[in-house]
Write a protein that binds this ligand. Structure first.
Ligand SMILES: Nc1nc2c(c(=O)[nH]1)N[C@H]1C(S)=C(S)[C@@H](COP(=O)(O)O)O[C@H]1N2
Ligand SMILES: [Mo]
Length: 381
């Protein structure tokens, strides 16, 4: 088993600065910081070296906001539940804290993670590979709140709405100001691990992670985990909001017919954390290739490594991980070649259902769901 220490050593302690693909250099004694992709709305990317820690520290967890950060007062804040329910609810933070709490370890990945690697480039935040993090979230099960309200027999979708709002001025535009919202089908909303979380890794929810309450939807891309949650509306017909039709959707083909489908489940994916792209490795030595892998509602079953640009593959060693919805760390000892030159490393994960990371990008996925194998080129010298 890999210890946390061996990972940190390999990721940070080196005499030469690690040069990150996005141009951020990390010296051994320099504290890790998030990469600011935008100040407003706040967009912060986790540095790749930080992904080596099983649980991402709160101050390194990536942040993806669409609108200015709402500043809510925890004392006056209320969660309203309405729609296809027996009784409407209005809950305070204390009401929620008095309910049975649950803590789960969850890997969240933004559906646009790794977008900067796409060629030709596509629109959206140009994330490197660090729009993914893992944290321990504490809160109440969404279904416990829904059961308090009493779901009616005709309930179809559970719409989660945040307090943040704004106008989208790029195409496709919104008809004025809208709030960030998304829905879950009842079947997903019933899963015990779908949380309304008020704590993040033993601290109060930080403002940019949704204070005072956010949803955590395990296995689904990050856009479903609604922050600054203020309203839950149970609908009696399929919800078709902006952020699951005009945005955060992909094309799908069913018997040759193209449909537009909301993004939901994360696809199986692995990332190489070390060595870093363009990093130099010594010839004829043992180098530990390390990384993480995660899958959506399934589990990671296998990670394979190629050190010859995808011609041959060997099984990596997999850590147990903190549960189905948390990433698993892996490593592989690589005997580097004797001759100097460039080497292309690849990692390829398989989930418990047998889905393997594809080698090629599928353009039906528009600017989202980027899980094809991402090569890392290093220099043996
Ligand atoms: N209310 C609200 N919830 C939101 C968002 C947002 O902009 N507003 N962004 C979503 C997206 S796209 C992602 S990837 C995750 C990111 O969660 P984090 O910032 O805590 O990492 O929050 C989701 N929840
Ligand atoms: Mo996202």
């Amino acid at each position: 088993m890999l210890t946390r220490r061996s990972f940190l050593t390999a990721a940070t302690a080196t005499s030469t600065p690690l040069l990150f693909g996005d141009g951020v250099s990390l010296l051994a004694n320099e504290p890790m910081r998030r990469i600011e992709r935008s100040a407003s709305p706040v967009l912060l990317e986790t540095p790749i070296a930080a992904l080596a820690q099983p649980i991402t520290p709160n101050e390194l967890h990536y942040v993806r906001n669409h609108f200015p950060t709402p500043m809510l007062d925890g004392r006056t804040w209320r969660l309203r539940v309405s729609g296809a329910v027996e009784r409407e609810l209005e809950l305070s933070l204390d009401d929620l804290r008095r309910m049975t709490s649950r803590t789960v370890t969850i890997t969240l990945e933004c559906a646009g993670n790794s977008r900067a690697s796409l060629e030709p480039s596509v629109r959206g935040v140009q994330w490197g590979n660090g729009a993914v993090s893992t944290s321990e979230w504490t809160g109440v099960s969404l279904i416990d709140v829904l059961n308090r309200a009493g779901l009616r027999g005709n309930a179809v979708d559970v719409v989660l709405e945040g307090a943040d709002r704004g106008e989208i001025t790029a195409e496709p535009r919104t008809p004025g100001v809208i709030q960030f919202a998304r829905s879950l089908p009842i079947a997903k909303a019933r899963q015990q691990d779908v949380l309304l979380a008020y704590r993040m890794r033993n601290a109060e929810l930080p403002v940019n992670h949704g204070f005072p309450l956010r949803a955590i939807v395990p296995g689904w891309y990050g856009m479903s985990s609604i922050k600054w949650l203020t309203r839950i509306v149970v609908t009696d017909r399929a919800y078709n909001g902006y952020f699951q039709s005009l945005d955060y959707s992909i094309f799908e083909r069913q018997q040759g017919i193209v449909t537009v489908t909301p993004l939901t489940e994360m696809q199986v994916k692995s990332l190489i954390i070390s060595p870093v792209a363009r990093h130099r490795v010594a010839p004829n030595s043992e180098h530990r290739v390390q990384g993480v892998a995660w899958a959506g509602e399934s589990a990671v079953r296998r990670v394979e490594i190629s050190v010859d640009g995808g011609r041959t593959w060997a099984d990596a060693r997999l850590e147990i991980g903190a549960g189905t919805h948390a990433w698993r760390r892996w490593d592989h000892v690589w005997r580097t070649p004797a001759q100097a030159g460039r080497v292309t490393l690849m990692a390829r994960a398989t989930d418990a259902r047998g889905n393997v990371q594809p080698m090629q990008r599928d353009t039906d996925r528009r600017n989202y769901m980027i899980n094809h194998v991402l090569p890392v080129e290093v220099e043996v010298r």
